[in-house]
Write a new protein. Sequence first.
Length: 335
Amino acid sequence: MPTIRKLPEVLINQIAAGEVVERPASVLKELLENSLDAGSKAIEVQLTQGGIKQLRITDDGCGIDKEDLALALERHATSKIASLEDLEAVGTMGFRGEALAAISSVARTKITSRARGASHAWKVSERDHEPMPAALNGGTVVEVEDLYYNTPARRKFMKSDSTEYGHCDDAFRRVALARPEVGFQLSHNGRVNLRLAPGDAERRAREILGDDFMEQARVVDVAASGLRLFGFASLPAYARSNRDGQYFYVNGRFVRDKIIQHALREAYADILHGNRHPAYALFLELDPAGVDVNVHPAKTEVRFREGRAIHQFVFHALTRTLAAPVQAAVAAPVV
Ligand code: ADP
Ligand code: MG
């Protein structure tokens, strides 16, 4: 007869890591979201060998005090929610208290942080959750090295450095596009590849999607019955042969959602044909109670309470904007 036994904590975290930590890019997404939740205004990302060898994220956020730092790597430890009501109205990117526990179970992980007002910084690692004194002017530095060093079966699924870097670049752009007020920098193997100064939504969209897109995009800004859709969507003259330029956010979170994708396809159905795809950076905002973001640990899936109403709203907002006779294209850049 098989015997039932409780799994050790590390193994539980490693199993959970299968869902949260698919590849370096998923680590990067979680760390960027943590930095944003900490109120950072400048975030620097340094990757080595596609992020497989090292991901290092430096932020100027609120930091973590000594007592919290001891818990940061524990599973189900979060500063972001405390009750079901909090979960239903969650305004932060994170809330599951899982990412750091999962990441540190499959990679060498160090966190150095200095809380505001603290006389110095503290540091913990995957091996030692007891904080040790460290030096740092402020904010937090998270270093994740040798992803999947202890789980070879998972390591095999990682692709070449350049493929993994490509995924990291995607993850970085998705986060950066939604937070134009925050400055970001991305470097790879010691070279700075992308530097984004804090600015407004238009400037950030231009940096991420390019001048060509902005010259042939319309400003979307439609609000009705508690819903708002704003951002930029390409006119038919601009189309891509792939879906790379498609960014859709729900309450600041990048999502891939069937209802939304269908509404967008329908909105473009009469004006784009064949293998041509629109590009867009669109932000849907609604009451957090109207959308469940706790569908999957990676949180790129959501469930809408009123899917039909959302579909109609997105479809109409877009068709109306794209069909408007007056060219509301974005102004040319000032050079
Ligand atoms: P979650 O984000 O779901 O709360 P995480 O495992 O990602 O869970 O992080 C655990 C906790 O560690 C967070 O709730 C937060 O208090 C703290 N934390 C993580 N990263 C940072 C950071 N860059 N700055 C400040 N606090 C952080
Ligand atoms: Mg988090």
